[in-house]
Design a protein around this ligand. Sequence first.
Ligand code: ATP
Ligand code: MG
Length: 398
Amino acid sequence: ITGEFKKALPVLKTIQSAGFEAYFVGGSVRDAVLNKAVNDVDIATSAFPQEIKKLFKKTVDVGIEHGTVMVLMEDESYEVTTFRTESTYQDFRRPDSVTFVRSLKEDLKRRDLTINAFAMDDTGEIKDFFGGEQDLNNKVIRAVGKAEERFHEDALRMMRAVRFAAQLGFHLEADTFYAIVVNAHLLKNIAVERIRIEFVKMAMGKHLMEGMTGFIESNLYKYCPGLIHANKELEKVAKVKEPIENERHVWALLLYYLGIQEEKEAHAFLKRWKLSNQLIKESTDLHQLFLHRLLFEHTNETVYQYKKERALEAEILLNQVGKTGNNKSVERIDDELPIHSRDDLAINGKIILQETERSGGKWLGIAISAAEKAVVKGKLANETSEILIYLKENNYMP
Ligand code: ATP
Ligand code: MG
């Protein structure tokens, strides 16, 4: 027992000394066995939530109806979840009620994949009832129990299967794969928000090709927003050079390979995927800038408008699609930009109004934009007097 688990050991010990069972479970155990970095350590226990709350000074009810209590210890927090089964599945979705049980095996049985369904005790011993460790060693994605049944219970698990294939570079075991082929259409019952989380994690996977191949060949893609005829395009996405860095990049690249060019169309596509307006804006901006860069070099205007950070991201995308990004040019242009935002402009509405002794109106915004543009282009010095002369000479000031 080392690292994050060692830190969390007192939580396990406290629960055990009260006479209950407690284990590390889920992704953290899987990642530890794979020698990967472990982030959040999850704990499963035979104790009921109320019993857990009595044992620790600081707890938060994060999902008490599902059996989860957050335990705060030192500067860390741990999700402690009561062993449970999920009995009533409706419409192929996540269950709306859970039943607490006292057996670890029952709890592990309701989990999605064998590689996510083993536990580790306080001595570091693995409790594995479904061959998860072996599947981990053989790089296999396999549903716990009968795949078909498990996907009927919760169709999102099919997306999780291809997501983990993409993250880990594992292949889908035959029965599990065929169960996805047969049941892919059940994804229609799943909220887009949940599908999106798995889709993005898949797209950012280190082994995107493995995951994407499963996603395409199983027909899962047909039940995702706007992708019904996109198998060829998705194959191209799978070939990007380096792992995709963040969600914004995922959407910008997908829009590109889908052949979408109009910002309006891009916006509508991302709306269907239920992205926040902020993320839609960031993704479509990046997409537009990237399309621009396929044809033109950066200029003062592009770096000013989109800002250095976004401009550098467009260069990353160029490299990913097999073109040549030019970070140096972005850095150089940004260094030499006379201003980086409107706040840097040596003029503002107030100054112009004082100068003209007229009341504000549409003309004022137009005048400021004109000054901004000329300064950015380097045609006009960023000095109040010079800008005023420029605006007068060009009839921007009445
Ligand atoms: P990550 O590293 O991405 O967080 P994870 O395996 O921890 O991966 P989570 O979504 O955090 O994934 O879920 C934690 C655990 O809960 C999983 O390891 C799995 O055992 C179980 N689980 C999650 N989602 C489902 C599901 N839809 N059906 C069954 N079990 C699930
Ligand atoms: Mg997790």
